[in-house]
Design a protein around this ligand. Structure first.
Ligand code: SAM
Length: 218
């Protein structure tokens, strides 16, 4: 059965298309797959890393990039008392979450206390006041962006320094990436983070997602 085109939207200047097939969803940006409900093991693993990284009972967490909401749902389940804020650039992604994905991804968990903002993570992290215990950077395919050239800044020295300035001592930046990036690892170390990573193998041999935990000293 072929994917059925359900809706179209935008992220910044780029076109987004939502497809459905047998109850599964896929979002393509400019014709390329950006996210899918078929593959979300790494979002669960990311929430486990987050829980280990922020032992405080009521951490302040910024999730940059909503997507289908798997990362958010996993974080809400694992970080019970956290104050979670989501910044998502695309109004269409926010709309699709409520319309199509919310019930599916939450599976009974509660996102009632989550604050959702339509905003560009670049603006929020460049100029915001911060005070986060954890920033989860899940805006794109990783340090080589698909969803907007402007996202590159977030993974470069200037962005990493700006995020560091928005984190509390002992806080952490968690980065989802569709691939390993040694240049990114080097830049994060240079910016003062202790960097570790977890590889999540996919069913296709030789392909893996990478999660980067970039921790600050207490
Ligand atoms: C790869 S998807 C996230 C998928 C997510 N892991 C999930 O659970 O479905 C990236 C999301 O970030 C959003 N995005 C891209 N650039 C952004 C930016 N600069 N600021 C905020 N959101 C952004 C996209 O619209 C998309 O919803």
């Amino acid at each position: 059965m072929a994917w059925r085109h359900l809706d179209q939207g935008r992220v910044g200047e780029l076109p987004l298309d939502l497809y459905e097939r047998d109850g599964e969803y896929q979002v393509r940006v400019d014709g390329q797959e950006l996210m899918s409900s078929l593959c979300h093991a790494s979002e669960e693993a990311l929430a486990d890393l987050a829980a280990a990284a922020v032992p405080a009972p009521a951490p302040r967490v910024l999730v940059a990039g909503l997507g289908l909401g798997y990362t958010l749902a996993a974080l809400v389940r694992r970080l019970g008392g956290a104050a979670v804020e989501v910044v998502e650039k695309s109004p269409d992604v926010l709309r699709w979450y409520r319309l199509h994905f919310r019930e599916k991804v939450l599976r009974g968990a509660d996102d009632g206390a989550v604050r959702f903002r339509e905003a560009d993570a670049v603006d929020v992290l460049r100029a915001g006041t911060g005070g986060w215990d954890l920033v989860v950077l899940d805006v794109d395919n990783g340090p080589e962006p698909l969803a907007g050239e402007g996202n590159r800044w977030l993974y470069e020295a200037a962005g990493l320094a700006a995020i560091r300035a928005r984190l509390r001592p002992g806080g952490a930046l968690l980065v989802w990436s569709g691939f390993r990036s040694e240049p990114f690892e080097a830049r994060a170390r240079e910016a003062g983070y202790a960097v570790s990573s977890v590889e999540i193998p996919l069913t296709r041999p030789g392909v893996a997602h990478h999660l980067y935990l970039c921790a600050l000293p207490r």
